[in-house]
Design a protein around this ligand. Structure first.
Ligand code: BTN
Length: 262
């Protein structure tokens, strides 16, 4: 697979980061940038693609990654996956402020209203993590497939203003470097607490399957602690059922569609 330097709006201004973006590899089309990050033992290297043929979302979902409009990239990190999705959500939030205010939807989505703008996926192998981030940047409503039409949005569609993919990527990598550094130095808890505050899940009514109740806390791994009729139960990462909308957090979102048969 050939690297490409001919995608003008993916050419990054120089980064002043410590680790994230030490090397940046840009491709026209790949299956999944997470595959590239997992295949290279190069701490801090970033793999960006204009298009992904088999972009992956969480829980076996497919991630719609057409050319020319979004940011699909993964960071290769020689560290455990713990906290990396929190870092991603906070970094994207920081990078688009003040032009757009995105909110973090537990566990790892960034929404505007009920529309999903960004998702992240961490995969781990042999001590290395691939932190994959997908951001819808310049899509118009008609660019999303019908099944995402009501759920997905882009920075352009929510602000009505053009965004440069390179500038957004530069901002995300710059902010991410700070959060990753905090985690690497043993300050995971600082990142988790900031992410948990952004999620704003405490006191919300949630349900998943048989578990239904009010969130009374978020534990050290980011799981929801839910007070139910039969005591406190733990909901680890995963989608909540539609009743999660009670208490405010929107539920419909997604750039991801379930794989047929998944
Ligand atoms: C989700 O919300 O379900 C996670 C979506 C993660 C998508 C990104 S795009 C870059 C990287 N490569 C992939 O195949 N997936 C992640």
């Amino acid at each position: 697979m050939l690297e490409s330097s001919h995608i003008p709006d993916l050419v990054l201004p120089p980064l002043k980061t410590k680790v994230v973006g030490r090397h940046v590899h840009t491709f026209q089309c790949v299956d999944s940038t997470n595959d590239l990050a997992l295949a290279h033992a190069d701490h801090g290297a970033v793999f960006v693609a204009d298009e992904q043929a088999s972009g992956r979302g969480r829980q076996g979902n497919r991630w719609h990654s057409p050319p020319g409009t979004g940011l699909w990239f993964s960071i290769c990190l020689n560290m455990a996956p713990r906290g990396l999705t929190f870092a991603a959500a906070l970094a994207v939030r920081d990078a688009v402020l003040p032009r757009a205010r995105l909110r973090v939807k537990w566990p790892n989505d960034l929404l505007c209203g009920t529309r999903k703008i960004c998702g992240s996926l961490v995969e781990h192998r042999d001590g290395w993590s691939a932190l994959g981030i997908g951001i819808n940047v310049m899509q118009s409503a008609e660019d999303f497939p019908p099944e995402l039409a009501e759920k997905a949005g882009s920075l352009y569609s929510i602000t009505g203003m053009p965004w440069s993919r390179a500038e957004v990527l530069h901002g995300v990598l710059t902010a991410l470097d700070v959060y990753v550094d905090r985690i690497a130095r043993g300050n995971y808890e600082l990142v988790r607490v900031e992410w948990a505050r952004e999620c704003d899940m405490v006191n919300r009514e949630v349900c998943r399957g048989a578990v239904s109740g009010r969130v009374c806390g978020i534990d050290e791994d980011g799981a929801l602690l839910v007070r139910t009729a039969s005591g406190v139960q733990r909901l680890a990462t995963g989608e909540l059922d539609a009743c999660a909308t009670r208490g405010a957090q929107g539920e419909g979102n997604w750039n991801a569609t379930r794989r047929p048969g998944a």
